[in-house]
Design a binder for this molecule. Structure first.
Ligand code: FAD
Length: 376
C-alpha cells in the first residue's frame, strides 16, 4: 500500500506547514473555551486559520469552504497536531449538517459566521432524561405562526457558556412516534428566555453548561430542513462527530506517545519491563489507529453517513484511554499534581467513552448495523 500524499494533497500540506511556520507562534496560548480571555484567544486562532482557508475545507466554496475531499480535513488535523498547535474549531459536524440539510437562505445567513469563526456554536442534544436514548428528548418547539416556542432543558452542552448559536434538537410533533416528531433548529443564544448555567468538570474544565429554555421564540426560518427531519440530521451529524475527519487527536496521541517513549529511552523516567511492554502495545495501537483512519477516510468518500464512525470511535477511545493510562503509570504519583497538564489530559480521555454516544451505544450500533446481528 502507498500511504504517501497525492501531488495536490502534498502541495496543500506544504502550504499549511509554511503558514504554520509563520503564524503559529503568536497563537500558542489559545487554550479553549474556559474563560472570557481564553475564548478570545481561541477565537483569534480560529479566525486566523479560517482567514488562511484552513477551516471547513471540505465544505462547498459557496459557503466559505474549499470544496475539497475529506482527506484534506485530515491533513489539517495532522499538521496542526504535528506542530503542537492548538486544536482547530470543532465545527465540521455542525457545518456539514447545515450545508447538507438547510435551505439556501439559512445556509447563507449562518454558514459564513460559523466557518469564519465569527461566533462560537454549541450542540443542544442531551437532556437530563435523554442522553443515550436521544429519541426520548422532551424539549419542545411548538409551532406558533411564523415561529417556534421552545421550552425545556439541555445538559452537557459543550461551549454553551460562550456560544452565540445552538443547534437544537427539539420535539415539534408530540403525536408522532418518537423519532419522527423531532426537528433541528438554529437558536440564537441571546434570545430572551435562554438561561445558561455553568458545569465544572472533574478535570477543572469550565466549558460545559446546562441550558434552560423558557418560552424562547425561534423564527420558523431557522428550522433546518423539514419538520420531523431532526433525527435524520442528528444521526448525520453524529456520523461526522464520531468519524475520522474531526479526530485531530490521532496526531496528538502520536505526540504524547513520542514524549513518553523519549522519556523512557533517555532514562528521565524509569519503567520496568511490564510497563515498557504496555508502552510498546500503546505504540502499536496508535499506528493501527492512524492506518484505520486512513481507510475510514477512503470509505467515507463513498458513504459519508454510514455506521463505520462507531467503529472509529470505539477504536479511538480504546487507544486514547490505554495510552493515557500508561503515561499515568509512567509518571507515578506526581501525575496527579497540578490542575492542568497530563492529569487533566488523562481525565479528559475518560470522557471519550461518553461524548458523541457511549461505548455501549457504539457497540450496539456496530452489532446491529455493521455486523447485522439480531436485536435483543
Ligand atoms: C465531554 C463531553 C462533552 C459532551 N458534549 C455534549 C454536547 O456538546 N452536546 C450534547 O448534547 N451532549 C453532550 N454530551 C453528552 C453526551 O452526549 C451524553 O453524556 C451521552 O450521550 C450519554 O448520555 P447520558 O449522560 O444521559 O448517560 P445515559 O444515557 O444515562 O447512560 C448511562 C450509562 O448507561 C448506559 N446505557 C444507556 N442506555 C443503554 C442501552 N440501551 N444499552 C446499554 N447501555 C446503555 C450508557 O452506555 C452509560 O454507561 C457530552 C458529554 C461529555 C462527557
Amino acid at each position: 500500500m502507498d500511504f504517501s500524499d497525492a501531488p495536490a494533497v502534498a502541495d496543500f500540506r506544504a502550504g499549511l506547514r509554511a503558514w504554520l511556520r509563520d503564524h503559529l507562534d503568536e497563537h500558542r496560548d489559545a487554550s479553549g473555551y474556559e474563560s472570557a480571555e481564553s475564548v478570545e484567544r481561541t477565537l483569534r486562532w480560529h479566525r486566523a486559520l479560517a482567514g488562511a482557508g484552513y477551516v471547513g475545507v471540505s465544505l462547498p466554496a459557496a459557503y466559505g469552504g474549499r470544496g475539497l475531499p475529506d482527506i484534506y480535513e485530515a491533513v489539517v488535523n495532522e499538521e496542526l497536531a504535528a506542530a503542537a498547535a492548538p486544536p482547530p474549531p470543532p465545527i465540521g459536524h455542525i457545518a456539514h449538517a447545515i450545508a447538507d440539510f438547510a435551505d439556501e437562505d439559512l445556509k447563507a445567513r449562518v454558514l459564513p459566521g460559523l466557518v469564519g469563526c465569527e461566533e462560537v456554536w454549541c450542540q443542544g442534544f442531551s437532556e437530563p432524561g435523554a442522553g443515550s436514548d436521544l429519541a426520548g428528548i422532551s424539549t419542545t418547539a411548538t409551532p406558533d405562526g411564523d415561529r417556534f416556542v421552545v421550552n425545556g432543558q439541555k445538559i452537557w452542552t459543550s461551549g454553551a457558556m460562550w456560544s452565540r448559536r445552538c443547534l437544537l434538537l427539539a420535539r415539534t410533533e408530540t403525536d408522532l412516534p418518537r423519532h419522527r416528531g423531532l426537528s433541528m433548529l438554529v437558536v440564537d443564544m441571546e434570545t430572551p428566555g435562554v438561561d445558561r448555567r455553568e458545569i465544572v468538570l472533574a478535570s477543572g474544565s469550565r466549558e460545559f453548561a446546562e441550558v434552560f429554555f423558557d418560552d424562547v421564540a425561534v423564527p420558523a426560518a431557522d428550522l433546518i430542513g423539514e419538520r420531523g427531519q431532526g433525527w435524520r440530521i442528528a444521526m448525520h451529524m453524529l456520523a461526522y462527530e464520531r468519524g475520522p475527519a474531526d479526530m485531530g487527536w490521532v496526531g496528538r496521541l502520536g505526540r504524547v506517545l513520542a514524549g513518553a517513549r523519549d522519556d523512557v529511552r533517555s532514562g528521565r523516567v524509569t519503567a520496568d519491563a511490564p510497563l515498557r511492554h504496555r508502552l510498546a502495545a500503546a505504540a502499536v495501537d496508535v499506528q493501527v489507529m492512524q492506518w484505520h483512519v486512513t481507510r475510514s477516510l477512503a470509505n467515507r468518500a463513498a458513504d459519508s453517513t454510514g455506521s463505520g464512525g462507531s467503529v472509529d470511535k470505539l477504536l479511538a477511545t480504546r487507544v486514547e484511554q490505554n495510552l493515557y493510562r500508561v503515561t499515568a503509570d509512567l509518571a507515578g504519583p506526581s501525575f496527579t499534581v497540578g490542575p492542568s497538564g497530563p492529569f487533566a489530559d488523562y481525565l479528559w480521555s475518560r470522557a471519550q467513552s461518553i461524548y458523541g454516544g457511549t461505548q455501549q451505544i457504539q457497540r450496539q450500533i456496530v452489532a446491529q448495523r455493521v455486523l447485522g446481528l439480531p436485536r435483543g
